[in-house]
Design a protein around this ligand. Structure first.
Ligand code: URA
Length: 208
């Protein structure tokens, strides 16, 4: 898919999300928060759900957790435009309560569609909910964090603590800052693996 087609497809998903009434969150939301960023990026970040600021602006991570995420991205030489940022839920749960399993299930189709269109090589899962969505049943975030996992789909995942959880917790904040420094090497490894696979495929094609 070229950039134009990706942009068009993502807009289509945005329009679907904007009129979504699959769960009760549509009754309390101000704006839907589909996600934003570079549709051609190899790197996607998936958070939990919009907070108060995001609900007002309709943009992901534009509140205090987002400012911290910007700093973390900056610390490894990335900007928002270099990546795509989305959430497991597209609407804010009232009072920022945890997403309910049924809400995550009903909303998942939009996220999966975004992933299909963007086709990132690596998905950085921010926090417990996002991590459980993609890497269910293999352990909690404390065990899984800052390591690379490959799923049978061929896609790689790199779980991290959620910036909001780490924002006001000095120890966790430092862990997240340190874990972020491991992300460039993980991205590099994923890119190298992808290149290797393309070479293998080309070689095999030439054999036939
Ligand atoms: N927390 C999230 O998980 N996502 C946002 O967009 C903002 C805060």
């Amino acid at each position: 898919m070229d950039l134009e087609e990706k942009t068009r497809e993502l807009k289509k998903i945005e329009r679907e999300v904007a009129k979504c009434q699959k769960c009760a969150l549509y009754k309390t939301r101000q704006k839907t928060v589909p996600g934003e960023g570079n549709p051609a990026s190899d790197i996607m970040f998936v958070g939990e759900a919009p907070g108060a600021r995001e609900d007002i602006e309709g943009r992901p991570f534009c509140g205090p957790a987002g400012k911290f995420l910007d700093q973390l991205l900056d610390s490894i030489g990335l900007r928002r435009d270099d990546v795509f940022i989305a959430n497991t839920l597209k609407c804010r749960p009232p009072n920022n309560r945890d997403p309910e399993p049924a809400e995550k299930e009903l909303c998942r189709m939009y996220l999966e569609e975004q992933i299909r269109v963007i086709n990132p090589k690596i998905i950085v899962t921010l926090g417990r909910h996002s991590t459980e969505t993609f890497l269910p049943g293999i352990g909690g975030i404390t065990k899984l964090r800052a390591k690379l996992y490959r799923r049978s789909t061929g896609r790689y995942f790199f779980p991290l603590y959620h910036p909001a959880a780490a924002l006001h917790n000095g120890a966790m904040r430092q862990v997240l800052v340190d874990d972020f420094t491991k992300l460039p090497a993980a991205i590099e490894r994923v890119r190298r693996e992808a290149e290797k696979e393309v070479k293998e495929k080309t070689k095999n094609l030439k054999l036939f």
